[in-house]
Design a binder for this molecule. Structure first.
Ligand SMILES: N[C@@H](CCC(=O)N[C@@H](CS)C(=O)NCC(=O)O)C(=O)O
Length: 227
């Protein structure tokens, strides 16, 4: 049985969607990041980066959401194109999500919603880059129904994980400028697998408060500034 280390956030959500789409049996293992459970030695033995998601599948241990998507696609032979030309596009767009959409969206959220003042320079930098990356996704989806063309693939699942958070990342009006991302989000949201993936968040009483302990667990760098 696959062990799926999960918290209710964009990167674990992608993996939840893939597991639900393929109906692979799995056991949910909650990692409550606001309680600091990501730093427990038993978990960092699985993911040295101390972040969710991670997966243990028999003797295979894997961390980082996009690596997990590739692993599961290879394991099941599903949601992954077959020709070298299609695979080339898949790797490009998956890495674009992994190295662009995720980090810039995450930092835009951090500086917009959580960082102390002064933060104008950082907010401007990360919000600009998050917009730039999302606009590239939107343009791709203006040309194609799905990220790789006519087929729903793991890349759409990777985009879905973060697209759910676009209003929090870019502001309430963001959908006016990203209509194609919104179309894909709505289409995937209507799938039963997406609804099951979203429902995982209610299976465990994850800590909701962003109190001092949560900030220490999530933003350990602040200790160096005495805040
Ligand atoms: N590159 C990693 C990033 C994972 C990540 O940032 N996970 C967040 C939840 S979306 C987390 O565990 N945060 C806790 C922390 O930063 O301490 C991936 O794609 O899996």
């Amino acid at each position: 049985m696959i062990e799926f280390y999960y918290c209710p956030a964009p990167n674990p959500a992608k993996v939840a969607l893939f597991l639900e789409e393929t109906e692979l049996p799995y056991e949910l293992v909650p990692i409550d990041t606001r309680k600091g459970e990501q730093h427990a030695p038993a978990f960092t033995a699985i993911n040295p980066n101390a972040k969710a998601p991670a997966l243990v599948d028999g003797d295979a241990t894997i961390f980082d959401s996009n690596a997990i998507l590739l692993y599961l696609a290879e394991k099941t032979g599903r949601f992954m194109p077959t020709t070298p030309a299609e695979r080339a596009q898949m790797y490009s767009w998956l890495m674009f999500v992994a190295t662009g959409i995720g980090p810039f969206s995450g930092q835009a959220v951090h500086f917009t919603h959580f960082a102390p003042e002064p933060k104008e320079y950082a907010v401007n930098r990360y919000e600009f880059e998050a917009w730039r990356h999302w606009s590239i996704i939107d343009a791709q989806l203006a040309r194609h129904r799905y990220m790789l063309g006519d087929e729903y693939t793991l890349v759409d699942m990777a985009v879905w994980g973060w697209a759910r958070a676009v209003p929090f990342i870019l502001g309430a009006q963001a959908w006016e400028k990203l209509p194609n991302v919104k179309r894909l989000l709505d289409e995937i949201n209507a799938r039963p697998a997406a609804q099951s993936a979203e429902a995982l968040a209610t299976r465990h009483a994850f800590k909701a408060e962003m109190d001092d302990d949560a900030r220490k667990a999530l933003f350990p760098q602040n200790a160096r500034l005495g805040i």
